[in-house]
Design a protein around this ligand. Sequence first.
Ligand code: ASP
Length: 324
Amino acid sequence: MFNDLPELGEFPAAWKRKHLLGLEDLTREELLILLDKAQVFRDAFDQGRRKFSILPGHTSVTLFFENSTRTRTSFSLAAQRLGASCVAFAASTSSLSKGESIVDTAKNLEAMGCESMVVRHSTPGIPKLLSENVHCSIINAGDGAHEHPTQGLLDILTMRQRLGSLEGKTVGVVGDIAHSRVARSNVWGLKKLGANVIVCGPSTLVSPRWEEMGVEYSHSLDKILTRVDVLNMLRIQFERQYTSPFPSIREYSLLFGMDGDRLRRAKPDLLVIAPGPINRGVELTPEVADGPQSAILDQVSNGLAVRMAVLWLTDGARKLTNNE
Ligand code: ASP
C-alpha cells in the first residue's frame, strides 16, 4: 500500500493513538515511533522525494485561533505531500463570531467529511475537549501555555540528528518558561529520552516548582553556559502576559540573550535552536541565529517531516479505532 515510500514499513502495532494532544501522555516507545517515522520522511525529503500517495482521500482541516507561520503552513504542506487535501478554517470570518460554540463548529466541519483537525487555541485543553466530541483525529498545534507537541518533536528530532542519543545530554531551555507551551512539550519529551533539562530565565518567569517535574532551574544563563549541549532559546510570550516580567527588553537580552561572546564561552559544539518566530537582538543575536551552530532552519524542515509522521500515524490509528 505504501510502495512509494517503502522505508516507512508496516504500520507500527504499538501505535494506537488517533489523537495527538501532547507529549506528556506518550510512552517512550510511542515517542520513538514518532521520531523514527519522522526521520524516514526527513530522509526522503533530503533525497528530493517529496510527494507520496500515502493518505489519498484524507481531508485535514486546520483550525487556528492564534497566529501561525510555520505550524499551519507545514501541516498543510504535510497533508498535501501525503496525497491528502487540506482546508484552512478562517476563525475570524466564521460563525464563531455569531455565538456558535467551538464544539458545534468542529462537529459541523466533521459533518462535511474530514479525517483530521489540526487545532491551535489560546485556551489550554481545547484540543482535548474536541477529541471527546468528534470522531476524526485531533492534533494539538498549540493550546495556550500547555503543550505544542509537534514543536517538541521537531526540536527533539533536530537534537537527535546532531547529537545522537540524548541519554545523559543536558538541554537548556531559556526564556519565558512560565508562558511557553514549547518549554512544556520539550520537558516531557526530553525527560522520556533520558536527557537532563535546565529551565532558565528571570525569576519572574522560572519557578523553583519545575524541580517537581525532575527538571533543574536556573536564573543565570552564564552559570549554565558551560554545562549545556543544547540551548533552546524561547521567545517572550508577551501575548500571554498582563504585566512586564522584567524592567526592559534591553536588560532581558543582556542577561538571557545568546550572543557571540556567550557562544565562545559555551561548549565548542553547543547546538542552538529556537522555535520561531525569533526576535533578533532579544533572545538571539544575528551572529548566533545565522551562525554554524544554529539549526533554526533545519528545525523547520524537520517540522514538515514530523507533521507528515503525525498525520500518517494518527490516521492509521483512527481507521483501526473507528473500524474504517
Ligand atoms: N511558535 C511557537 C508557539 O506557537 C513559539 C512562539 O510562538 O514563540 O508556541
